[in-house]
Design a protein around this ligand. Structure first.
Ligand code: SF4
Length: 406
């Protein structure tokens, strides 16, 4: 989920009845050299326990020995109490032997790099304690993560791609195009870096530990689902990072044909970015709707949502575009029959000046109308807006600093 820009005075207001609205923001030339992750020495954090066991089985172990060693290794390398320090693991033959790992597995394991794949290029602290991080990968690509402290727990907003191909009109990341996918280890390393920072900040300010992850940073997670799922498996592994699956949320723009696979493979929560109450207006700001209509999206959710689970719809509110009382009625009708909540998000400054934040009165009226239909409705207040770290703003810094195409 991401969002828009402070409107210029006198910019024309968009109304529900108007023809499909804001002109698509022209995407910058793709930075695409390859949409695949670059090759480098294989990293330990690119593996969850299952893929590590598979690697060890290919290295000559039996299936059961490979699984046992993989479990010991992820505990050694990544295991720590939430909120506790996670020192760099000892990583040599003596350390593996001390874990009880046989010599047969040493060469395959020690070929993996246990270090971080990212470094902090810039820290931008917000007035509201949010911390936007610009992180540099080993090939120079820049991504952003946002650390959001809360009274009970701290949340990290994680990126899943360098840039994004989905071109939503209200999103800075969408202007970049897709440069490449992030590897699972690069997703996990956003968490490792943020945990260390949250720990340091928490000790200084008695802040809450990092316990919440949201895949709402740069990129469409379902366009890199394999790596995202692998990262989630490691992050929720009780031997490794120990995040509760219910505290991990993946947000999609509605890539309907991946929803079933997501629920089959992950126990994490799903958020779907809706942002309009009908196809015409949704398609005008979210090109994905041309491929997957709202009806197709609803059908995929109804078919795939496991028993007892519910989906979180995100609805970014744009002044006089999708915030009329009638729009709340349409939205209520759309979500009827699905186990869900709706998160209403007043838009943030973004790339399209025609998409403006609603007034407090219009926001309140919309929320009251939607709640009046019996829809569980939440309002997400913006965090980190002053440093470009709120929804829709990520990539502002990255855009100007990405390495030039080869
Ligand atoms: S899918 Fe997400 S990151 Fe990509 S353009 Fe749309 S809102 Fe931005």
């Amino acid at each position: 989920m991401r969002v828009p820009e402070i409107p210029e005075e006198g910019a024309p207001a968009l109304r529900a009845g108007d023809p499909p609205a804001p002109a698509p923001v022209p995407a910058r030339p793709l930075i695409r050299r390859s949409a695949r992750a670059p090759r480098w020495r294989a990293r330990l954090a690119d593996h969850d326990a299952a893929s590590l066991a598979e690697l060890l089985r290919k290295a000559g172990g039996t299936a059961s020995a490979a699984r046992a060693v993989a479990g010991k290794v992820v505990r050694h390398a990544f295991g720590a109490e939430p909120g506790a320090e996670r020192p760099a693991p000892a990583w040599d033959a003596a350390a593996l032997a001390a874990l009880g790992v046989g010599a047969w597995a040493h060469e395959a394991l020690l070929a993996l790099d246990p270090g971080l794949s990212l470094e902090v290029a810039e820290r931008a602290p917000s007035e509201d304690d949010t911390l936007r991080l610009v992180l540099r990968a080993r090939d120079g690509a820049l991504i952003e993560s946002v650390l959001i402290p809360g009274p009970a727990r701290t949340t990290l907003c994680v990126s899943s791609q360098v840039g994004c191909a989905r071109a939503c009109a209200f999103c800075e990341t969408g202007r970049l195009g897709l440069a490449r996918q992030l590897a699972a280890g690069e997703i996990v390393d956003q968490v490792r870096i943020a945990q260390a920072l949250a720990l340091a900040e928490g000790q200084a300010r008695r802040g809450a530990p990092l316990r919440n992850l949201v895949f709402m940073g740069m990129g469409e997670p379902f366009d890199n689902l394999g790596e995202v799922l692998k990262a989630i498996r490691l992050l929720t592994d009780p031997r490794a990072f120990r995040f509760a699956p219910s505290h991990v949320t993946v947000s999609t723009v509605g890539v309907a044909d991946k929803i079933e696979a997501f629920f089959r493979e992950a126990r994490a929560e799903l958020a779907v970015s809706l942002n309009a109450p009908d196809d015409a207006r949704r398609q005008a700001i979210m090109p994905v709707n041309a491929r997957f209509s709202m009806a197709a999206l609803k059908e995929a959710l109804a078919r795939s949502l496991p028993p007892g689970r519910r989906v979180l719809f995100e609805y970014v509110l744009f002044d006089r575009y999708n915030d009329a009382p009638d729009d709340a009625d349409l939205l209520a009708a759309y979500v009827a029959g699905l186990r869900c909540r709706v998160n209403v998000i007043p838009c943030n400054p973004g790339p399209d000046p025609a998409l403006r934040p609603p007034s407090a009165e219009r926001l309140d009226a919309f929320v009251a109308r939607l709640s009046g239909h019996g829809v569980t409705t939440l309002v997400r207040r913006p965090r980190g807006r002053d440093v470009g770290g709120a929804c829709g703003q990520l990539a502002g810094m990255a855009r100007v600093r990405q390495p030039a195409p080869a």
